[in-house]
Design a protein. Structure first.
Ligand code: CA
Length: 473
């Protein structure tokens, strides 16, 4: 089939994605716990998006949504266990077909081998599965294995710079720099091993949230400080003689310091890449994106990990620098989702596609324009039902600019033997204006009767709009 593409501008793209980096651990987003001067540079010199959300807060599904521009029930990657069918359309492949040189370096996490290896890239070098923090093995096309000593975030950045360096300067390039950090088990580099050692990191406001009034299945999730493995996750033996509260505090400090040390390496290496773009004269005509596949609980509500539709997990950091189109210091609070990324980046690159995308381009918002019919709500669905270690329930919901409605459907038949609540369906409703920390579930509260009815209708509308269907027992 003859495809006609209209290419008006040909910028480069450097798409940097980390794994599990929450926006509230970036100083540009007002972090209370760390400083990220290099990530902040992207925000200062470009745009910060304050309402960028993932449509399923878990690694592989979010990556699939980003690459394909579709929701997980359409691209098939609903859980961690489903590889991405590499015959599906992806926006990097579209860029490649339109003349861009393309590379994927770092964490792929969408399967390997026949039918699942990365495709649509001129070059790829990826970590197998989760990969290792230290001395990681990486895989290339045709089964080639690359072994080197070093720290994963440094090595991925080295590879990215080397690849840009050897490219054909006559053609644009699109580089996907996908970091492993700061994913569990949070192993820092030697450079940051003792960072924060003598400090006490502030505790989040909801650290001692007792989860009263929240869904029974939410109260039961195993994502609390006490669910971390001291040796594997925290790298230490629990000191003797601590009270229960003291042990939880000790665990948080161990956990958050390890996490933030990994983030510090990310920040350093993003700085290295930005400096390289400056030195090589590429900064002006290169779109730089920094994001993460989802957010993360940093002790919020007493939790670590992600999965739930609560704000800290739902929000993706999203910073975009592109001097010709994005004004420095732009702040955008319209709701955008990971499914929109593909359409947006193709739009910024001036590439038209015939692909059947579910996402829409928010490039006009980046350019400072309004989009009159831009959505004011988003649809979310987490499909994994009470996986073995986290016991996080499957759920779907809707978030508007002011409220959030979540439906947990907990069919005990999904997992024989699992303890299910008396009612297989539980609801949560949050007033994000009055209760931004989401500690008061107002589902069933008469004062919210009208809002609740509107949100139920909006959830049904969105679910139908994206082609998904409600849970039926
Ligand atoms: Ca992740």
């Amino acid at each position: 089939m003859l495809e006609i593409r209209v290419v008006t501008e040909r910028p480069n793209l450097v798409f940097i994605m980390s794994d599990d980096h929450a926006a509230h651990a970036i100083s540009a987003y007002g972090s209370r716990i760390n400083e990220t001067p290099n990530l902040d540079r992207i925000a200062t010199e470009g745009a910060r998006l304050d309402a960028a959300f993932c449509t399923n807060s878990i690694c592989a599904p979010s990556r699939a949504a980003i690459l394909t521009g579709t929701y997980n029930h359409v691209n098939g990657v609903t859980t961690l266990d489903t590889p991405l069918d590499n015959s599906l359309w992806t926006f990097p492949a579209e860029l490649g077909a339109s003349g861009w040189q393309t590379a994927m370096i770092g964490k792929w996490h969408l399967g390997h081998g026949a039918g699942a290896d990365p495709v649509g890239f001129d070059h790829w070098r990826v970590l197998p599965g989760q990969g290792h923090y230290h001395n990681p093995v990486m895989l290339e096309r045709d089964g080639r294995v690359v072994e080197r000593g070093g720290y994963v975030t440094d090595l991925i950045t080295d590879d990215c710079i080397e690849w840009i360096d050897q490219r054909d300067p006559e053609r644009p390039f699109a580089l996907f720099c996908h970091h492993k950090a700061p994913h569990r088990t949070w192993e820092p580099s030697r450079d940051h091993f003792t960072m924060y050692e003598d400090e006490t990191i502030p505790f989040p406001d909801t650290f001692r949230d007792d989860l009263a009034g929240r869904a029974e299945v939410v109260q039961a999730v195993k994502m609390r400080m006490m669910d971390l493995d001291p040796i594997i996750d925290l790298g230490a033996v629990v000191p003797e003689g601590l009270t229960a509260d003291e042990e939880i505090d000790w665990r948080y400090q161990r956990y958050i310091k390890r996490y933030l040390r990994c983030v510090a390496s990310i920040d350093d290496n993003v700085g290295r890449l930005l400096d390289y773009l400056d030195r090589s004269g590429l900064a002006e005509n290169t779109i730089v994106v920094y994001t993460s596949d989802q957010g993360f609980f940093l002790g919020d509500h007493g939790w670590f990990d992600k999965r739930l539709m609560y704000e800290e997990s739902l929000q993706m950091p999203l910073l975009v620098r592109y001097p010709p189109a994005v004004a420095p210091g732009s702040v955008i609070d319209d709701i955008v989702v990971n499914v929109d990324f593909a359409a947006t980046l193709l739009d910024l690159c001036g590439v038209e596609t015939l692909a059947d995308l579910q996402g829409r381009s928010f490039a006009p918002l980046l350019r400072g324009d309004q989009i009159v019919d831009w959505p004011t709500s988003m649809y979310y669905r987490y499909w994994m039902h009470r996986d073995g270690s986290h016991l996080c329930p499957a759920h779907y919901g809707v978030r508007t600019r002011s409220h959030k409605l979540i439906c947990y459907y907990n069919d005990p038949l999904d997992q024989p033997g699992a303890r299910g609540p008396a009612d297989p369906v539980e609801w949560e409703l949050f007033d994000l204006v009055a209760d931004p920390l989401e500690v008061t579930n107002v589902w069933g509260d008469e004062a919210y009767g009208e809002v609740q009815a509107e949100l139920l209708a909006e959830l049904a509308r969105l679910q139908d709009h994206v082609g998904d269907a409600p849970f039926v027992r």
